[in-house]
Design a protein. Structure first.
Length: 194
């Protein structure tokens, strides 16, 4: 990625995170906001998310399953490789539950909870081993930060997309969908809109 494009993306993500945090009254450290902006910028490169992976006899291309990433963390031989894998695992879980929430949610709410747990634990372990407050905050506030990342969808939620989201909320009563609807000043009612 070109440095100028990276800078523009980073600044844009930082502004969105700031606005979302203010709207949601979430006090987040500057270091964590910076980390989130850089993480989101890195995921703008397709090779960060879609790549070749190998686990035992299984090989593939695309999103590396979180269970494979978790197993690789457990098998890390050196401290630096273990830390790098934990960070990658936390980042993937946060990005997936933040920006690609529907992708994870389609496999069931238990998959969302699994990603929350794994990602949060990865960051907390990393924060403890590196004595790094940013990773500790990422782990402690994982679900809230995931919701902030989900707010990247707000500008696109207009017209039919907004009503489709409302239909999803009616079916699932999912808090993430309610959060997005409320951020768009949508009144939640159990009545179907015709």
């Amino acid at each position: 990625m070109e440095p100028i494009v990276e800078k523009i993306l980073d600044d844009n993500f930082r502004e969105i995170i700031d606005q979302s945090a203010k709207r949601r009254f979430k006090d987040i450290s500057l270091a964590t906001k910076d980390y989130l902006a850089k993480m989101l910028t890195s995921f703008a490169s397709p090779e960060k998310l879609f790549k070749e992976y190998h686990f035992g006899a299984v090989s593939g291309y695309g999103l590396e399953p979180i269970t494979f990433q978790l197993a690789n963390c457990l098998e890390s031989e050196s401290t630096s490789i273990h830390a790098s894998r934990l960070r990658n695992l936390g980042d993937h879980c946060l990005f997936l539950t933040g920006y690609l929430y529907d992708f994870v949610r389609k496999r069931g709410k238990s998959q969302v909870d699994f990603h929350y747990q794994v990602g949060s634990s990865a960051y907390l372990q990393l924060g403890q081993s590196l004595e790094n407050n940013t990773f500790t905050e990422l782990g402690d506030r994982f679900v809230n930060l995931s919701t902030l990342i989900g707010d990247l969808h707000l500008p696109q939620l207009e017209g039919k997309k907004l009503f489709d989201l409302y239909e999803q909320w009616l079916i699932t009563k999912d808090e993430r969908y309610a959060s997005l609807l409320l951020a768009k000043n949508f009144t939640l009612t159990d009545k179907k809109i015709i």
